[in-house]
Design a protein around this ligand. Structure first.
Ligand SMILES: C[S@@+](CC[C@H](N)C(=O)[O-])C[C@H]1O[C@@H](n2cnc3c(N)ncnc32)[C@H](O)[C@@H]1O
Length: 270
């Protein structure tokens, strides 16, 4: 399809799973859509009243889902693709733009918009204070779309450069060994008592948050609904404070006089 009156394709982030953590325009976009495309679980999480036709899919066929959504929009639909968190972080916005890159003459009549959302790392950070207060990076441990040696190299470089590191897709039934290997790489640069924040189902009814040490992470029981923040050398834990004010990474770098490295003494859970 090259010309004519196409519709629109909006890729929205619904945040980690609560509508009140979405940008204000997201619910209205979903409500007025003709078609909703996305992983079944995310469509269910949305919970917005809509007469849109739903096109649920599993989570493994992003390219097909993106092309399907573009086709519906090219045919005049007001199509909304739903991603969890931010649609640009390991999610559908990239899959959609990649399709436009692969097929430059197709879908020219489609108006594309990406609406950002709160990504899992930010959501978890907000639950414990401010662990992302200094330089940080985000790494997916999934080797479905990139080779494991690239992941190891990036972990090594990021840990060596003393970033706070957010780990997405930490482990799954098909790749239970990856988090353990990742911890080995991180531990070659970091103190074993480095604070680590483990969050599961953040913003959802079964939310769980724990503050651990790096040497406890491999056995922390993470899964694909878990995101992990590994502290840098300056990340600190405040003992005796509520969980929501318990971990931060200062804006300064280096340990000023009077500050010592700190470590969580207990597992904190919410
Ligand atoms: C394919 S990535 C999608 C990331 C998403 N676009 C975002 O910005 O949060 C899926 C991974 O994100 C993390 N994740 C997404 N939502 C989460 C939540 N509510 N609680 C914990 N982790 C979450 C997990 O690491 C999960 O394996």
């Amino acid at each position: 399809m090259t010309a004519g009156h196409g519709g629109s394709l909006t890729v929205v982030g619904i945040g980690p799973g609560r509508l009140d953590w979405c940008l204000p325009g997201v619910a209205a976009r979903i409500a007025s859509a003709t078609d909703l495309v996305g992983y079944r679980r995310y469509l269910d999480l949305v919970g917005v009243e809509t007469t849109a036709r739903r096109h649920p899919s599993n989570n493994r066929v992003e390219a097909d889902r993106a092309a399907f959504a573009l086709d519906r929009a090219a045919g005049g639909g007001e199509v909304v693709v739903v991603s969890s968190g931010d649609p640009g972080v390991f999610a559908m916005a990239s899959a959609v733009v990649e399709q436009l890159d692969r097929w430059p003459d197709r879908w020219r009549n489609v108006r594309l918009e990406v609406v950002p959302g709160v990504t899992a790392a930010q959501a978890l950070a907000s639950r414990v204070g401010a662990p992302l207060g200094h330089d940080f990076c985000v790494i997916s441990l999934s080797d479905v779309l990139k080779p494991w040696d690239v992941i190891e190299r990036r972990l090594d470089a990021a840990a060596g450069a003393d970033f706070v590191i957010a780990l997405y897709n930490p482990t799954s039934r098909h790749r239970p060994w990856q988090l353990g290997l990742a911890v080995e790489v991180l531990a070659s640069h970091r103190d074993p008592i480095t604070p680590v924040v483990v969050g599961r189902d953040i913003g959802r009814p079964d939310e769980e948050v724990r503050v651990l040490r790096l040497d406890q992470l491999a056995e922390a029981g993470a899964d694909m609904r878990t995101v992990i923040l590994v502290g840098s050398s300056t990340t600190r834990v405040l003992e005796g404070r509520p969980l929501g004010a318990s971990v931060y990474t200062p804006r300064w770098y280096g340990l000023p006089e009077g500050h010592r490295p700190t470590a969580p003494s207990n597992h904190a859970t919410a």
